[in-house]
Design a protein around this ligand. Structure first.
Ligand SMILES: COc1cc(/C=C/C(=O)SCCNC(=O)CCNC(=O)[C@H](O)C(C)(C)COP(=O)(O)OP(=O)(O)OC[C@H]2O[C@@H](n3cnc4c(N)ncnc43)[C@H](O)[C@@H]2OP(=O)(O)O)ccc1O
Ligand SMILES: O=C(O)CCC(=O)C(=O)O
Ligand SMILES: [Fe+2]
Length: 363
């Protein structure tokens, strides 16, 4: 049962905020819904983890590339994709052919899921979910973090339509599945373009497994936050996927690190666009040619925000390492062969710490 503002003093030790948010399943949305006016101390991030205006470049010329896919048969588009993957690690795509209604539906479904009661959402938490493939949670790894992050999420690992029908929450199941299905072709074509740049001529069955053998969709909810400047929505990290396809709403707040220096660039919301980023698994497979870039999300003092990433991954039992075609020219391997599920477990067992995850696979 949620305490009322009148009966608690958030920053005193009389109320266990972490228990309320994490164990009882209220999430940060539960705190925001209570109307708290001051950020609980558990969310105060060290200075170096907060994003300040001096870290940020706001310059139209310095934005991540926006790639128009209407002429995908033109090799210039392949080149733009490979170039963006090498130089930026992040880009946006427009004119991709996916109906905008699919995006609206999955964003509405995200709001619908997070509007459920804590009791209902908590049925999908690590402690109560009947499967590891469906998980409602908050922050990133609350058990390992010194300071919590201002975000709740629902994470859905896709196995089959039958499993999704049986186990994914009805409030968002159909819309999340539809978003996954409608992005399938774009994901395949992006991979084909990216493989051309690595001299991989054909995506056979083994390669298909390595590049896109499993998928996870997350629904992220960032409620309006008191004192947003003291905390983060998501801390500095790179994704452990091969590719991430991200749908963001119109609020903004995602920042990516510029390759080669310490500045951060905003990823401006573009109606109808999808944000694409290279993950660690593809950085490893490409022996460092394609870059998995650090990114983070700020908290917002005025609005709730949602985002929906699809993480495209190897299969958990795949072993990943630099592709043979990349090393053919005599290039030295920078990464060793690692079991993908070991890599992901390593990522999930520690707090967000920027790019350090990929060191796990360094030779
Ligand atoms: C949540 O905030 C996030 C998330 C992200 C995510 C970025 C990505 O790139 S996600 C893509 C990850 N790739 C895959 O899921 C595909 C491959 N999957 C696997 O290899 C496995 O399914 C597995 C994820 C390793 C889980 O295997 P399992 O045998 O079930 O292992 P467990 O022991 O249950 O879990 C290990 C460890 O991880 C934690 N964990 C598992 N799943 C999740 C999840 N969906 N979200 C958060 N944490 C998860 C689990 O609690 C375990 O930790 P323990 O301490 O309890 O041992 C980016 C940024 C964000 O802010
Ligand atoms: O919310 C966003 O814009 C990005 C979230 C993110 O980086 C993630 O879920 O991995
Ligand atoms: Fe991410």
């Amino acid at each position: 049962m949620a305490p009322t503002l009148a009966t608690i003093s958030i920053n005193s030790n009389t109320w266990d905020v972490k228990n309320f948010v994490v164990n009882e399943g209220h999430g940060v949305k539960g705190l925001a819904d209570m109307g708290i006016q001051t950020l609980p101390k558990q969310y105060i991030q060290p200075l170096e983890e907060r994003i300040t205006s001096s870290d940020v470049v706001v310059d139209e010329e310095q934005c991540i590339p926006v790639i128009d896919l209407s002429n995908w048969n033109d090799t210039k588009v392949d080149n733009m994709i490979c170039n963006a993957a090498e130089k930026w690690g992040f880009f946006q795509i427009v004119n991709h052919g996916i109906p905008i209604k699919v995006f609206e539906n999955v964003k509405d479904a995200t709001h619908r899921f997070f509007a459920l009661s804590a009791q209902e959402k908590n049925k999908y938490s690590k402690d109560y979910s009947c499967t590891n493939n469906v998980r409602f949670g908050t922050s990133f790894t609350p058990q390992a973090e010194k300071a919590l992050e201002w975000k709740d999420y629902l994470s859905l690992f896709y196995v089959s339509d039958e499993e999704a029908s049986a186990l994914w929450p009805p409030a968002c199941r159909d819309e999340a599945l539809e978003f996954m299905k409608k992005t399938e072709l774009v994901i395949k074509r992006l991979m084909e373009s990216l493989m051309k740049g690595l001299n991989v001529k054909e995506i056979d069955e083994d390669r298909e497994s390595l590049l896109m053998g499993s998928k996870r969709i997350n629904l992220n909810y960032y409620p309006k936050c008191p004192n947003p400047e003291l905390t983060v929505g998501v801390g500095r990290h790179s994704d452990v996927s091969t590719l991430t396809i991200l749908l963001q709403d119109n609020i903004g707040g995602l920042y990516v690190k510029k390759l080669g220096n310490e500045t951060w660039l905003p990823v401006p919301p573009i109606s109808g666009a999808l944000v694409i980023n290279i993950g660690d698994a593809l950085q490893i497979l490409s022996n460092g040619r394609y870059k998995s870039i650090e990114h983070r999300v700020i908290a917002n003092g005025s609005n709730n925000r949602v985002s929906v990433p699809i993480f495209v991954n190897p299969k958990p039992n795949d072993v990943i390492g630099p592709l043979q075609e990349v090393l053919e020219s005599g290039e030295k391997a920078v990464y060793k062969q690692v079991l993908y599920s070991d890599y992901v477990k390593h990522f999930f067992r520690k707090a967000h710490d920027g790019k350090d995850t990929v060191d796990f696979a360094k030779i």
